[in-house]
Ligand binder design. Sequence first.
Ligand SMILES: Cc1ncc(COP(=O)(O)O)c(C=O)c1O
Length: 417
Amino acid sequence: MTTVDTHAGQSPTASLPVAFPTTSDASGRTFGAEELAAVTRVLESGRLCRTVGAEASALEREFADYLGVAEAVASTSGTAALHLAVAAVNPEPGDEIVVPPITDYGTVAGVLAQCAVPVFADVDPLTGCMTPESFLAVVTPRTRAVIVVHLFGGPARIDEIVALAHERGIVVIEDCAQAYLARPDAVGGPAGTRGDIGCFSLQQSKHISAGDGGLTVTNDPASARRMRLFADKGWPRDTGERTHLFPGLNYRMTELQAAVTRAQLPKLAGVIDARRRTAGSAIRALTGLPGLHLPQHPDRHSFWMLPLVLDRQQIHLDCREFAAVLIEHGVPAAGGYLTTPLNQTPAITGRQVFGTSHFPFTVADDWPTRYQAGECPVADSLVADSLVVIAWNENYREEHVDRVVNAVIDAHRRATS
Ligand SMILES: Cc1ncc(COP(=O)(O)O)c(C=O)c1O
């Protein structure tokens, strides 16, 4: 049985004889004796909440050191990690936060919850990531922050976006839920350390996992403090007072999640290396097929998925038809990734965050022109027509790579003959 686990989008399932390792069960996960020992340690201690234990604090220190940043804040999910980042920005109602349209809803959940307005910037036709140009095109005097998603593990042009944003006093949040250890260039630090705040997910399908969980990193101690308080009801436990400094939520990571993540962290580099090695050999084998665009720098990609972009002038199958051929071959693939780009999903187009009030969209005067087809034409065309994603995994072996390569060659042959 092969299952496509896109998590954020469609999940076609096909009964097939070929077993591809999947993140949906142990076949494609790295859970072992270390995680078992971690869980046992926490259970035996009787300390499952971070307010009485030491695992979450230790994880925060270890993750910050791992990435080479000053602070990390643990939370309950990638969505929570992003919400903490927006809460640290502390937008005024109606302030705008720029986001891309090809991503998980978790990218925008915190924007809406903090009464800010998501403004969608179109994406690069080959990577699906927001570009410096598309970001600049939607900046207004109300723009407070931008959330850049490193889609499928492929790094966005983050340094250029950071430079443009900082010139304008705009905070840069990196959504690295799919992009652990992605490298925007050959020399600098990994994705998540280039902007002001970096956000990571530990959900089941991610490179490392505790089932669910999130981590937010920053070099700014004031932001980190605000995030810690927001994740714990605004409660300044470090001062010994039982008071609440501003409205927050309970986004505390449990000690069990933290202990499992601490066991996962030393495995992360190996997970990324393995994915780069196998995806790199698939890409080498497929390079040169006319009309098929593949990631340009496999050594910098972290391959949460392997994206293919079809040049529809040359490929006469759309992305869903192309993916159907891959699925026939037993390859865990999907066309389009999302049903629609996020700017056209009902949770956005309905504009109903707080009852039927349309707040915070009512704060700005140009909102009626947003959230429809044509707003981000490149994203529309990728999702409707040309983007194919293949689930990737650290446990793929040569036979899986061969099967992917043969399937893509067959789909390409059928699409061009
Ligand atoms: C790009 C992106 N952002 C945010 C999220 C949200 O993470 P979580 O599912 O852990 O809340 C995800 C997870 O699918 C994601 O892929």
